[in-house]
Design a protein around this ligand. Structure first.
Ligand SMILES: Cc1cc2nc3c(=O)[nH]c(=O)nc-3n(C[C@H](O)[C@H](O)[C@H](O)COP(=O)(O)OP(=O)(O)OC[C@H]3O[C@@H](n4cnc5c(N)ncnc54)[C@H](O)[C@@H]3O)c2cc1C
Length: 388
């Protein structure tokens, strides 16, 4: 009898599907300060279904140099068994460091734990000083600039058994990426648009775990990438004849590429308007060819771009939105849905402020009423955000 296959519904965060990365291409051109990857993940054989607007959760593996640094400092080959939580099956310390534990962003608890294993008075005094009430701000800065190996190096007298360190560490969590493809066009694969996170702190180059796993360490054409689909509230309008306005600078473009593919595949009659932005038109125009082709095929009616560093002053998507205030207002009054995807820390707030200005300026009621208008859009699912 043939072995029973798992059904797609069984693939979850707790039981991910082991997918295969089949394409990994830089979307930025020469001269760019950025590295943004177009990645194609094959779901062949999984039966997994997804909807545009969903995200893909991936379980990354930590950078091997960081794992090695911890093993070397603790003078172990990593083969000793450890348990992550009481009652768990033991796994090797090395495996725990590679795939299960967060090696970056240490917290206060770890430092407190290390104090118990420091034998040298100078080390103890340094840790106690950082943990003192007066040094709360300094502690924040200190921890933000360090990963676990930095801490172990800072206090050479600390001798901590593997299991004790494991108990102090946080779990490595899966990373989410907005899906950049539509199942109607790519039923057995998922496309992602991933900004590679690399930076330097405490004099060392750091590698964002999820993004650099995908860009640099995940092998191509081998089933090694555990994934699951994370369902989202971020959805196209139910009716294809509704217009949509999409604001997606940088990697915020991802779900809108999926939206456009879906609108094309379903022959949706509503108009599509995209605001995209990044640093330079010449090297940071992600999916330029795709977007121009959507325009030529009549899928994308309007495309406005904001290049922040192509002139002496900065231009962002919110500036382009303000410039087009009257037309945006007309689209909204005609029933359009407004979407924002990308950076939550500044962009989404600035775009929302621009939208509020438009509501107030063009026919909209002033003051708190504009908030009311936005609330109504939200209730009607005509104002949606996928920001991170
Ligand atoms: C719903 C959702 C959808 C998303 N979609 C996408 C997407 O489509 N594309 C995409 O690229 N990302 C997306 N993200 C973000 C993504 O999940 C990860 O957070 C991102 O890739 C960084 O993860 P990482 O593991 O590479 O970095 P991590 O190892 O998590 O490191 C990131 C951390 O490093 C620190 N850091 C980063 N830069 C610096 C710096 N310059 N200086 C000092 N410290 C710094 C910060 O503490 C930051 O939190 C999405 C997130 C969510 C929640």
């Amino acid at each position: 009898m043939a072995e029973m296959n798992q059904t797609a519904a069984e693939y979850t965060k707790e039981n991910p599907f082991v997918a295969t990365l089949v394409e990994n291409r830089n979307l930025n051109k020469e001269g760019s300060a950025k590295d943004t990857r177009h990645l194609v993940v094959s779901l062949a054989g999984s039966g997994i279904e997804y909807t545009v607007g969903d995200s893909l959760g991936i379980f990354p593996t930590n950078h091997p140099d960081v794992v090695s640094a911890i093993l070397a400092r603790l003078k172990t080959d990593g083969r000793e068994p450890v348990v992550l939580a009481e009652g768990d099956e033991p796994i090797s310390f090395q495996e725990a460091l590679e795939t299960r534990l967060a090696l970056a962003s240490p917290n206060k608890k770890i430092l407190e734990g290390l104090l118990d294993f420091a034998s040298d008075e100078t080390d103890k005094a340094k840790i106690k000083d950082l943990l003192s009430r007066e040094n709360r701000e300094a502690l924040k800065v200190y921890l933000a600039e360090r990963e676990i190996p930095d801490l172990l190096e800072d206090y050479p007298s600390v001798e901590i058994p593997a299991q004790k360190l494991v108990a102090l560490m946080r779990k490595l969590t899966p990373r989410l990426y907005s899906i950049a493809s539509a199942p109607t066009q790519h039923p057995e694969e998922i496309h992602l648009t991933v900004a590679v996170v690399k930076y330097t702190t405490n004099g060392r180059e750091r590698f964002g775990v999820g993004s650099t796993y995908l860009s640099d360490r995940c092998p191509l054409n081998e089933p090694t990438l555990p994934v699951y689909v994370a369902k989202s509230h971020f959805r196209l309008p139910e009716h294809g004849d509704q217009d949509v306005i999409m604001v997606g600078p940088g990697t915020g473009i991802a779900p809108f590429r999926a939206f456009l593919q879906e609108r094309e595949a379903t022959a949706a009659k509503g108009r599509n308007w995209l605001f995209f932005g990044d640093q330079h038109a010449s090297c940071d125009f992600l999916y330029e060819e795709d977007l121009k082709a959507f325009q030529e095929r009549g899928v994308l009616q309007r495309l406005d771009t904001a290049w922040s560093r192509d002139q002496d002053f900065k231009i962002y998507v919110q500036d382009k939105i303000r410039e087009n205030g009257e037309a945006i207002w007309e689209w909204l009054e005609g029933g359009a849905a407004f979407y924002i995807c990308g950076d939550a820390s500044r962009m989404a707030k600035d775009v929302e402020a621009a939208l509020m200005d438009i509501i107030q300026t063009y026919g909209g009621p002033a003051g708190p009423e504009a908030k009311h208008y936005l609330r109504r859009l939200r209730q009607e699912k005509r104002y949606q955000k996928d920001v991170y």
